[in-house]
Write a new protein. Sequence first.
Length: 361
Amino acid sequence: MTEQDQRTKHSVKAFFRKRADAENGETGEAAPFFKTAGLLWGKFKLFLTTDAEAAANAKNEIVSFVVKWWHWVLGGVFAFMVLYYPAGALLYNRIDLNPRLGKTAAEDRTRALDTMASLIARETEKNVYTPNLPFFFPTSVLDNMPSFQTGVMRGVHAVVAAFSQAQGAPEPLERAAEAAGYPADVWHIDGWKPAVSSVKKYRAAKNLISAYTADVAQETAPFDASPAALKTVLSGMVRDMRDGVATLDARIAKGDKKMFDTAADDDFYTVKGRIYVHFLTLRDLKNDFKAAFSNEAVAGEWETAMAALKKALAIQPMFVVNGSAETQFAPNHLLGLGFYLQRAQTALSDMVQLIQPVENE
């Protein structure tokens, strides 16, 4: 062994024999974790830069260190899991059923469409949009919020598409309806290929809706507030409600009767998101189509539909149960939600029929 190798080996051995006061101290107590971790890194660097015999000593010391500090490592991993996923998910989890969203808009605005733009902005800018987030985001462990937001966007798409049809398919509304119908779960990568995210598409829909409502307010774009246009909008809402009822019926028919049924609560909160959109829209239609509501029968069906949607939104179980209809101990929350949604759908269908005489006057 050369003189240089002997000096290197001696210095390495001396390093491992040395115990700084920061590590053990005179009382034999352990030094703070981060200081000791720095010592480990220094040993690891020596392991990489010394000869084979010295490296073997370094390896033994490193293994000894890991064995000694395993509880710190395990505790760090546990703290990360607790703080990052559960705490992060709880911090951002929000199923926002604010009944006053958009209600303060000026009367000369198209309130229903303004509310749709505000709703998109709230879910994609103020709240964290969760349906498309991959596993390394803490909100990826959430279940109910992504389903609710997916339902919200499906409801927005149905309403905007109905308005576009009622207004003769103006370009901004037509493009907004197309953007709002984009899949809810697309991140920046889809199928290992770059993709336009759902959030980007929905924000584009919001901007198009806002541009159209601004033009209507400035009277540079027409807005048909006739009973016939209201009838078209209501028909589109009825179709979406019917689809929601069918979704719940299909899940109820499976009757898994599990206390923790993730498929049942996914359908429950997705349909609930759509119901929330219909509640806000129906609230604002009375401002946007005043002429049709001069018919007392139409106004009466509107009140029936609003009451049913309010009761549907009030169903907020701790756990969604898809139990049997006849059971006394395991209620079927999907059945209750579907009942009120069906009631609202029937009231809107009756409104569509009652609007016809008003339209012909």
